[in-house]
Design a protein around this ligand. Structure first.
Ligand SMILES: [Zn+2]
Length: 384
């Protein structure tokens, strides 16, 4: 039986402005929001002086705290789920792929039982980043891991994951990509454009086929040229698509992030970490996809300088969102929680503090540091 929990006197970051209120949670859900709620027997958390927002949701993360999602060991996912709430994360998509279709299938099959079944942060499904991406824009993935789009392989992956693949990052210009986009869409996943060298016309065909999301806009894609806008311009102008922004200040300079946000606005922007297992660690080196990476500040890079992933945790991305994009607190929660919930297929139960929604909340102090995190009505991190 989940406990009854009362978050007393916090300031809720609501779209209508900051609002002091109590939040009562029962059975893992929010049941009431209001002033001076009387809740006999409830565990009470005094949130005075703190901001209360919906728990942060990361739809593009490969691990953290030393735990990597490039694994067939489900206990790594469970360990990450226990660790991530200290960064305000209350749910996430497992972003992964294997070295070859057999390994991808084995990873998905081994990790699928974790979906919806971790304590701490909740696994909402998978983000398959590859293998159907363009070798020209492979980023940190070894070119040998990449595959030509294949409906047969996609069906194997979807079955291995038990229908839990939410997002698939692919390059729409590859032969066979368009029928694959249709198939992902039909299966209830979100076809996402990324690691792509597409021209404007190839992007248009991809959006027409069903692409609804763009993986780390700016990174691992053809840059803007004045006579060939490519994926960046096409994505910004495509009203049907949401776009991921990595707001660590390293993957993309704050100025292009601001420019993108001016076009995308609050409804189409999704902040992601693209975190590596080294995120939040003291370690200054480690391995990614079999290669040595070195961490300098917020950046993890291979010896040739290729950025492998971010090591700045989600709470840092949240604070950067305010600073880099110039948004208010309520909007920052929209970009780091509400919109990601939509990508993860959980818009009806996560990403907002509302009666009936999952009681996933983060309490921030005056410096916007995470002080306490609640996952489905349970206090899972208390750093007060
Ligand atoms: Zn990634």
């Amino acid at each position: 039986m989940l406990e009854r929990l009362l978050i007393r006197s916090g300031v809720l970051a609501l779209p209508s402005g900051p609002h002091r209120a109590d939040v009562l949670c029962e059975g893992g859900r929010v049941v009431a929001i209001g002033r001076d709620i009387d809740a006999p027997g409830a565990r009470v958390v005094d949130a005075s002086g703190m901001t209360v927002g919906p728990g942060l949701i990361d739809v593009h993360v490969h691990g953290g705290g030393g735990h990597s999602f490039f694994t067939q060991d489900r206990s790594r996912i469970e360990a990450y789920a226990a660790w991530a709430p200290r960064n305000g994360v209350t749910s996430f998509l497992v972003s992964t792929v294997g070295n070859g279709p057999d390994e991808t299938e084995a990873i998905l099959e081994a990790l699928a039982p974790a979906v919806g079944h971790t304590s701490g942060a909740e696994v909402l499904g998978f983000h398959l980043e590859g293998p159907f991406i363009n070798p020209v824009r492979h980023g940190a993935f070894p070119p040998g891991m990449l595959r030509a789009p294949s409906l047969e392989e996609w069906e194997r992956f979807d079955a291995a994951a038990g229908g839990n693949i939410r997002q698939v990052t692919l390059a729409p210009e590859l032969p066979g990509a368009l029928p694959l986009i249709h198939a992902i869409d039909r299966a209830g996943g979100i076809p996402a454009m990324g690691h792509t060298d597409a021209t404007t016309a190839e992007c248009a065909a991809g959006f027409e086929a069903g692409i609804r999301h763009v993986t780390h806009l700016f990174n691992a894609m053809r840059p803007i040229h004045q006579r060939e806008g490519g994926p960046i311009v096409a994505a910004l102008l495509e009203d049907r698509a949401t776009c991921e922004l990595i707001c660590d200040g390293t993957h993309v300079d704050p100025a292009p992030l601001r420019m993108a946000y001016r076009v995308l606005g609050p409804s189409r922007t999704v902040v992601v970490t693209d975190n590596l297992h080294l995120a939040g660690m003291e370690a200054t080196s480690g391995r990614f996809a079999g290669e040595e990476v070195t961490v300098t500040g917020a950046k993890a890079a291979k010896a040739d300088g290729t950025i492998v992933g971010s090591v700045a945790t989600m709470d840092t991305h949240f604070r950067n969102t305010l600073e880099f994009l110039g948004v208010d607190l309520a909007t920052a929660f929209r970009l780091c929680s509400t919109n990601p919930a939509g990508v993860a297929g959980a818009a009806g139960r996560k990403g907002q503090i509302e009666p009936g929604f999952d009681a996933d909340m983060v309490l921030l102090d005056g410096e916007l540091r995470v002080r306490l995190t609640v996952c489905r009505g349970e206090v899972v991190f208390d750093g007060r």
